[in-house]
Design a binder for this molecule. Structure first.
Ligand code: FPP
Length: 248
């Protein structure tokens, strides 16, 4: 699809990439093969999102809860992640994409953190799309850590109690500086948020598809983005109020 054929894309797209394991199991393959195929879908989505003018793409790549998976799967996922970042950083440079990470990085292995630091540093001057990887991420954990940091600032006098607003609280989250997502896609038929961006998704349009992540093709991606075009985002207002604001 030519970007000019396309309506206004979401400014910030968030994706829960689900169904790698089921995709593999349905084919009698090891779960990690599903993750490897999932990494190919990540490449396509990153490339398309940047081409279509999406400014922020946030991918749920590893949740706080995923640590309880079998050790071998966790290890294989960490290796895959490292390999992906190493292989893709040159392309990120060519496409002017900047890496960002949210989540509890202290739980990640040192070699993964080193690879991430290198990629973040190398792409830090890029001015195109911001690609945020949520790693060892949980929304409740993020909110409680933000509350802890904010309370620390109140106690040490850097922040006055009366100055706490939603915007100020939001700036203490890992996503401080990023706009809230406009659109969330979740693949594999599960209709849950699963502890992803709990604060930030307050007004986000949600899209669920039965397709497993490795089977999420470019056409499926465009279908989802087309669906976003048809949504009316009212933010609590009425349609009439919105139409008045939009009329000349
Ligand atoms: C959910 O599928 C997916 C994950 C837990 C990992 C996502 C990882 C990738 C897409 C590949 C690597 C990522 C990057 C950014 C290169 P699942 O295993 O929960 O599937 P299931 O619900 O069918 O078991």
């Amino acid at each position: 699809m030519d970007p000019s054929d396309f309506g206004k894309p979401p400014t910030h797209l968030a994706i829960i990439m689900d169904g790698n394991g089921r995709w593999a199991q349905q084919r009698m393959l090891k779960r990690i093969v599903g993750h490897q195929r999932g990494a190919e879908t990540v490449k396509m989505v990153v490339e398309q999102a940047s081409l279509l003018g999406i400014k922020y793409l946030t991918l749920f790549a590893f949740s706080s809860e995923n640590w309880s998976r079998p050790v071998l799967e966790v290890r294989a996922l960490m290796t895959l992640l490292k390999k992906y970042i190493r292989q893709e950083t040159a392309r990120m440079m060519r496409k002017n994409i900047r890496y960002n990470v949210i989540g509890n990085r202290s739980e990640l292995p040192d070699d993964v953190n080193e690879t991430l630091d290198g990629a973040i540093r190398e792409t830090s001057g890029n001015t195109g799309m911001v690609l945020t990887l949520a790693l060892s991420y949980g929304g409740r954990q993020e909110i409680s850590m933000a509350a802890k940091r904010l309370t620390g600032d109140v106690l040490n006098g850097r922040l006055a109690l009366d100055d706490i607003t939603m915007e100020v609280f939001g700036s203490y989250l890992d996503t401080g500086g990023l706009p809230d997502p406009d659109f969330l896609i979740r693949t594999s038929g599960e209709m849950r948020i699963s502890n992803f961006l709990l604060w930030q998704l307050a007004y986000t349009e949600l899209y669920f598809t039965d397709i497993n992540w490795p089977d999420f093709t470019i056409n499926e991606f465009h279908k989802a983005l087309n669906d976003f075009q048809s949504r009316e985002r009212r933010f609590g207002k009425t349609s009439d109020q919105l139409n008045k604001r939009n009329s000349p």
